[in-house]
Write a protein that binds this ligand. Structure first.
Ligand code: NAD
Length: 439
């Protein structure tokens, strides 16, 4: 049974806090939010019904010869939620907990994300239920190639363009591109994004999500009339997204007082030496903060980081990190969601009641898909941009998108998450209306 917000707020500070369980069903959460948005937008019931169902769902069996000679059969998915605004776009995730409802929910969130930043894509997502940490590189390569062959009937540069997600990377995208190239007997690079630069990847893609998070945080501070030099920031997760966001925000003048990763957290109220931390992480065998020492820097836990006394909190690790157990104790005035789904539904209500501003993931971390779009455009034209051009165009799109979501949310007097989703659903609905219903 869900706890009431007041009951949660009344509870004493628990110190170490636990996430709600069982895990939210992402698809149910996405549908509940869509229903709310449809009501507020007075959406045509037919269009609402279209958006409540993914356009196409493919479940595939992926047999793989393992290194020890056994055959293991993995289950893979590719789900296209909507192609109303353009070819479907979305990552491929390798994880033991991948399941149909999670992939459906993630596909729909990609539809909203592409619409909210106004890039000409629909939404999709894929995944294979597997534990890549227990597999050799060769096994992952064979699994990727077979999965690619199985989903090939529905992907394509004008149909559906996959990208990396949890536990997939540029190498895996290269194998997907190569598999399609071999089967089609021609070089096909525009079928996936997030590829290595040597195979039609884009400069600036690796940093794009963190850069987008930093741009959105800066724009939010401007709207709140806050000086960057007076702003303290905590970043949870010091991987691709978190480390780049921290680095760029510090370059912009903010004071990064707390960072953390799976190995623990670092805190210095005078501001951490981010370039020094980056050098440490680059030299660490697993790329962790573990072992970093500097005068005045205290060690503290991830739970402490989320409730630390800062102006801006950037969760950039995993989903469901801010939950009903810790949301009442968050001290930050503003949260910018670098990770996908870092705030649970209950936590969102609590933060809203506490008037903490949350810039939602579909806007805050859209920099990655925006530069994926640039990669696709460059691949289609066989003409490649330099990093300054990539960053200039990313800046333009992120600033414009933030302004549109902010202004719309103010007009409608709704929180940014709801405003961003309303704006996105409205754009998708207009595209469906303009196309008409085939035949
Ligand atoms: P990553 O694997 O590079 O980094 C994740 C970081 O989180 C690591 O530093 C890890 O140690 C840390 N971490 C893991 N568990 C933690 C915990 N319990 N507490 C604190 N830190 C923890 O991944 P990433 O690419 O930076 O992605 C981070 C998030 O951003 C994910 O939710 C991802 O879906 C989302 N995202 C990433 C991109 C992208 O382009 N990389 C785009 C959009 C959204």
């Amino acid at each position: 049974m869900e706890e009431k917000v007041e009951e949660v707020l009344d509870r004493p500070h628990p110190g170490i806090v636990v996430a709600e369980s069982p895990r939210e069903n992402l698809w149910h959460t996405v549908l509940a939010q869509l229903d709310d948005v449809a009501r507020r937008l007075k959406l045509d019931p037919g269009i609402h019904a279209i958006l409540r169902q993914p356009e196409r769902e493919l479940t595939v069996a992926v047999p793989v010869r393992m290194d020890d000679g056994r055959i293991e059969v993995f289950t893979g998915y590719r789900i296209q939620h909507s192609s109303a605004r353009g070819p479907c776009k979305g990552g491929i995730r390798y994880h033991p907990e991948v399941n149909l409802d999670e992939v459906r929910g993630l596909a729909a969130l990609m539809t909203w994300k592409c619409a909210v930043v106004g890039i000409p894509y629909g939404g999709a997502k894929g995944g294979v239920q597997c534990d890549p940490r227990q597999m050799s590189e060769d096994e992952i390569c064979r699994m990727t190639r077979r999965y690619t062959a199985m989903i090939m009937p529905i992907i394509g540069s004008r149909r559906d363009i996959p990208a990396p997600d949890v536990n997939t990377n540029a190498q895996i995208m290269a194998w997907i591109s190569d598999t399609v190239s071999m089967l089609e007997r021609k070089t096909v690079i525009d079928i996936v994004t997030g590829k290595p630069i040597s195979l039609g990847g884009s400069v600036g893609r690796r940093e794009a999500t963190g850069r987008g998070v930093a741009i959105v945080a800066r724009e939010l501070l401007k709207r709140r009339r806050r000086r960057l030099s007076d702003t303290t920031v905590a970043v949870q997760g010091y991987g691709n997204v978190g480390s780049v966001a921290a680095t760029i925000l510090q370059q912009m003048g903010c004071k990064i007082v707390a960072v953390s990763d799976i190995s623990g957290g670092l805190y210095d109220p005078r501001g951490l030496d981010i370039p020094g931390i980056n050098r440490h992480v680059a030299a660490h065998p697993q790329g962790l903060l573990e072992g970093y020492e500097a005068p005045g820097v205290e060690k503290f836990s991830n739970d402490d980081l989320l409730v630390s006394d800062v102006d801006v909190l950037i969760p950039a690790a995993l989903e469901h990190q801010i939950h009903a157990g810790n949301a009442p104790y968050v001290q930050a005035e503003m949260i910018v969601e670098g990770a996908n789904g870092p705030t649970t539904r209950q936590a969102d209500e609590i933060l809203q009641e506490r008037r903490i501003i949350v810039v939602p993931d579909i806007l805050a971390n859209a920099g990655g898909v925006v530069v994926s779009y640039f990669e696709w455009v460059q691949d289609l034209q066989c003409f490649f941009w330099d990093e300054a051009e990539v960053n200039r165009n990313l800046e333009r799109i992120m600033v414009r998108s933030f302004e549109e979501v902010w202004d719309f949310s103010q007009q409608q007097q709704v929180p940014l998450r709801l405003g961003a989703t309303m704006l996105a659903v409205d754009r998708v609905a207009r595209a469906i209306q303009a196309r008409g219903i085939f035949p």
